[in-house]
Design a protein around this ligand. Structure first.
Ligand code: HEC
Length: 216
């Protein structure tokens, strides 16, 4: 038996098949963006510089292995954001004699943190500061957004009230400008064991004293 199809039916069938095919192709074209890109920068929401509000890890990836443990009040250049993490860059210094210890400012000996594996950080140059040779180190990593503050002023006011409470119980509190940043390191370390400051609180107060110390 031969199939005989009338032209009208063939045309209607062709149109229906065409429509089904067009819809299938249209649905298979996922050119619309699928969510935010991994390191989308949100300049309106995130300032270019933020500060660590507490001792916090700098991680190789969001929630990943620790590159360095950062001291409170360390400046971070915001490179981007992903979820609850910030992508940050840091320009720091270290002494060739103790390559794990990172400084924000070698002239005051203000610390920025401690490297997990000092050998992994390649120095980008050498500078002479206060009569010694310092290596420049550029670090990039991730910090929890909740461990940062947009402004250092709030951290300094926290530090100064902690200082007033803690360091005036036996003698009147010494004005930060009585000593240079370098002198505060030894003065402060001699006094911390007489207090009940946590290491993170002590780090924050020392950073505040150094930021408000006498110039060399
Ligand atoms: C438990 C009592 C006590 C507390 C708390 C204390 N100090 Fe002292 N501080 C002393 C005594 C006593 C001296 C005198 C020198 C000594 O014994 O070392 C002194 C000396 C100093 C000096 C040396 C002054 C000079 O002219 O050389 C500085 C600076 C100082 N303290 C800062 C601090 C700071 C900062 C804190 C808070 C972290 C602090 N002190 C907390 C007891 C205390």
């Amino acid at each position: 038996m031969r199939w005989r199809v009338r032209p009208g039916v063939a045309l209607a069938g062709g149109v229906i098949l065409g429509i089904v095919f067009a819809f299938a192709v249209w649905d298979l074209t996922p050119l619309r963006p699928v969510g935010p890109s991994p390191t989308s920068v949100t300049p309106a929401a995130v300032p270019a510089i933020v500060y660590t509000a507490q001792a916090t890890p700098l991680a190789a990836s969001p929630g990943g292995s620790t590159v360095a443990t950062l001291t409170p009040a360390t400046a971070l250049q915001v490179l981007g954001a992903q979820g609850s993490s910030l992508h940050a860059g840091l320009d720091l210094y270290r002494s060739p004699d103790s390559p794990a210890i990172l400084y924000q400012d070698p002239s005051t000996l203000a610390r920025a943190g401690v490297l997990a594996s000092p050998g992994d950080a390649q120095p980008t140059g050498t500078v002479d500061i206060a009569g010694s040779s310092w290596q420049r180190v550029h670090l990039v990593g991730w910090v929890a957004r909740s461990a940062t503050a947009p402004d250092v002023a709030a951290l300094w006011s926290q530090a100064s009230s902690l200082y007033a409470q803690t360091c005036s119980s036996c003698h009147t509190a010494h004005d930060p400008s009585e000593f240079t940043g370098r002198q505060w390191v030894s003065q402060f370390r001699a006094m911390v064991p007489r207090t009940s400051l946590t290491p993170a609180q002590a780090d924050l107060i020392l950073r505040w004293l150094q930021a408000h110390a006498a110039k060399q």
